[in-house]
Design a protein around this ligand. Structure first.
Ligand SMILES: C[S@@+](CC[C@H](N)C(=O)[O-])C[C@H]1O[C@@H](n2cnc3c(N)ncnc32)[C@H](O)[C@@H]1O
Length: 251
């Protein structure tokens, strides 16, 4: 495994959702107590939706893979893990964790139709001005019978309050990383996936409250405190804030 040591975090003032933020935060990706901590928890929950590969050489395409946080949770499941991302500094770290990197835009992916057994799009759609094009690409990449798994933020007032106004005050969400105008209505997402042959099911998810409070407390006590168990992401009744989606492409 290559040693990729990003520079210490130094942030410029950038517009909301500006992708250059990921370069400024490059040193945060793999810190379990860093500002991307929640992405680690979500990656584990996303991976739980991915069954072991059912054929040798199966391919999982991870759109907007970031630094490859999904990779450790897929270990032993039999996939070749290809990651597509705009941000080179993140891709270099993904490669160091066993992901085959593709520097590109998830709205125009340089991979063949039907090449993927699984397409993952974790915490990506809410960052892309045209999420419908990402959905079209994800479904184009899937082979018939292939699986789409994703998670994103819903386009609701509650989501703006929780994910932006409250979330960005917590140490688990980088300030300014989200532009709430890009949040994705779950019903529109389901109908867009259906248009492209994927029957998407959605369910709301959230960090378990006790685990989150314990984690925040340990974090507030400082680096000397024991890291402890990361909060689990659990299903919740409402999909009004954060939700997962999964569905198979028609044969
Ligand atoms: C919130 S991070 C999620 C990263 C990863 N999926 C995870 O859950 O750890 C969003 C990622 O999407 C990437 N991204 C944003 N817009 C993109 C686009 N149009 N095409 C490819 N990647 C994009 C960013 O560079 C960043 O790495």
């Amino acid at each position: 495994m290559r040693d990729v040591a990003p520079a210490p975090t130094r942030r410029r003032a950038l517009p909301r959702n500006d992708p250059r933020q990921y370069d400024d935060l490059a040193g945060e990706w793999w810190r379990p107590d860093g500002v991307f901590a929640m992405l680690h928890w979500l990656a584990e929950a996303r991976a739980a939706l991915v069954p072991p590969a059912d054929r040798p050489g199966a391919l999982l395409v991870d759109l907007g893979c970031g630094a490859g946080l999904l990779a450790p949770h897929l270990a032993g499941r039999g996939y070749r893990h290809v990651g597509v991302d705009l941000t080179r500094s993140a891709l270099a770290q993904a490669a160091a964790h066993g992901v085959s990197p593709v520097n590109g835009d998830a709205t125009a992916v340089p991979l063949a139709d039907g090449c993927a057994d699984v397409v993952a799009a974790g915490e990506l759609l809410e960052h892309v001005p045209d999420w419908r094009r990402v959905v079209a690409e994800a479904c184009r990449l899937l082979r018939p019978g292939g699986l789409l798994v994703l998670d994103t933020l819903n386009d609701t007032l509650l989501s703006r309050i929780v994910a932006v106004h409250l979330g960005e005050r917590l140490p688990t969400v980088p300030k300014g990383i989200h532009d709430p105008r890009l949040f994705v209505d779950d019903r529109e997402l389901v109908s867009e996936c259906a248009r492209h042959g994927v029957a998407l099911r959605v369910r709301g998810v959230r960090p378990e409250v006790g685990g989150l409070l314990g984690w925040l407390l340990r974090r507030a006590r400082g680096a000397a405190a024991p890291a402890g168990r990361a909060p689990r992401i659990v299903p919740t009744r409402s999909a009004a804030v954060l939700y997962q989606g999964w569905g198979v492409r028609k044969g």
